[in-house]
Design a protein around this ligand. Sequence first.
Ligand SMILES: Cc1cc2nc3c(=O)[nH]c(=O)nc-3n(C[C@H](O)[C@H](O)[C@H](O)COP(=O)(O)OP(=O)(O)OC[C@H]3O[C@@H](n4cnc5c(N)ncnc54)[C@H](O)[C@@H]3O)c2cc1C
Length: 459
Amino acid sequence: MVKERARILVVGGGYVGMYTALRLQRRLKRELRQGEVDITVVAPDPYMTYQPFLPEAAAGSISPRHVVVPLRRVLDRCHVVIGEVTSVEHAKRTAEVATLATAEERKGATFLEYDELVLAPGSIARTLPIPGLAEHGIGFKTVEEAIGLRNHVIEQMDIASSTRDPAIRDAALTFVFVGGGYAGVEALGELEDMARYASRYYHNVQPEDMKWILVEATDRILPEVGPELGRYTVTELRRRNIQVLLNTRLESCVDRVAALSDGQRFPTRTLVWTAGVKPHPLVAATDLPRTPHGRLKCTAELTIDGVDHAWAAGDAAAVPDVTAAEPGTETAPNAQHAVRQARVLGDNIVHALRDEPLDTYAHKYVGSVASLGFHKGVAQVYGRRLKGYPAWFMHRVYHLSRVPTFNRKARVLAEWTLSGLFKREIVSLGSLEHPRAEFELAAGGKPPHSPSDDSNGSS
Ligand SMILES: Cc1cc2nc3c(=O)[nH]c(=O)nc-3n(C[C@H](O)[C@H](O)[C@H](O)COP(=O)(O)OP(=O)(O)OC[C@H]3O[C@@H](n4cnc5c(N)ncnc54)[C@H](O)[C@@H]3O)c2cc1C
């Protein structure tokens, strides 16, 4: 029995948002039935994205719809509102929300009132004011970006195969990735592997015609798996003819020429930016306390520091790492913490509603797994280091155990099994992004969108 009726507002439908709401609806079943508690989840998309599967989705090993979890089905006892919270005035317990309907009605945003706030809008790509980046860079955080990039890479191979202009061919077959964390390394590793495989179906594109380049500003990649495996990954990628440029920065990509700090210049139609994340800008549109780095200032109990009835976790939150030797350390922005924090956060809201003491979030980082393509990977888990096939296998087992819902696990497993039995899919469905093009042409409208136009916009 809770003290009084509580309206809980969860902002975000990612790891923290979905898992917190799931925990709450499980633990507050009776209260929800009796109308003592009400949970509303606001998220821009009707699904949670399992981001660690994005590189495999880009490589075509997993279908895009199996990388996402439908919020309405999983959170069947919550109200799911598809929209964006644009600001929060916690002093008044009010959030401003823009939905598709508010845009249609042209009445401006609506306001949601709440008693308990969970703020989990995650992070966005951390960009730098590099000339040309905003025009030509491609991000790698969403399922749309991952599938768009897959289509784009195959499209570049089609361009290279059909042009007689060596400069166009060269730029089409040059793929530059900036940022050597797991998102960048896994995306590059998987896509290079996919393109290498796809090249066997092109009479005039060989693997050695393609240039894959990883640009990293520091002297190491994959810090998540430790220095030794980071060095192994560099060697492994270079063995595959991938150029790994350490201590190097992208300085410009004006006119689709990637100019690097070591003086090299690569004309390219593909520039993928995965150089870190920063807290979602919504955090700054609230009256809640933030750290100098812009994350929400949290306690180890996942409350927002010094504020009643406000909670946060995940990429947007600065949560003290109570297991760290050095005081002042914050938990890293990754799924491992986000999932576990969501569980504690859900429990703590229940404790708070029942006037019980709160739990402390304490989790020692257990390591990381990363896939570098089919049958290739690196892993460091509980101090054990794995490379190659065993690491790749561990990567799959680990993520299969983690992807939410039995339904998704079964579908992903079926897809992996089938892709082991049959040949890989190597078709680009870029035209799906323009479904009306054919009809517009038939109806006498503008000509359909050409594949190369698409690259103009996205690369
Ligand atoms: C390609 C890639 C691979 C990764 N691989 C790994 C890995 O192998 N291991 C690992 O530990 N971590 C990995 N991560 C990191 C991990 O996915 C994140 O740390 C985790 O998603 C953070 O969870 P979160 O809930 O804070 O944010 P998210 O999961 O990003 O969720 C944020 C949610 O908030 C929503 N939102 C945003 N703005 C608003 C708004 N204004 N109003 C309402 N809702 C809003 C978003 O749409 C989203 O639903 C990877 C990330 C990427 C991009």
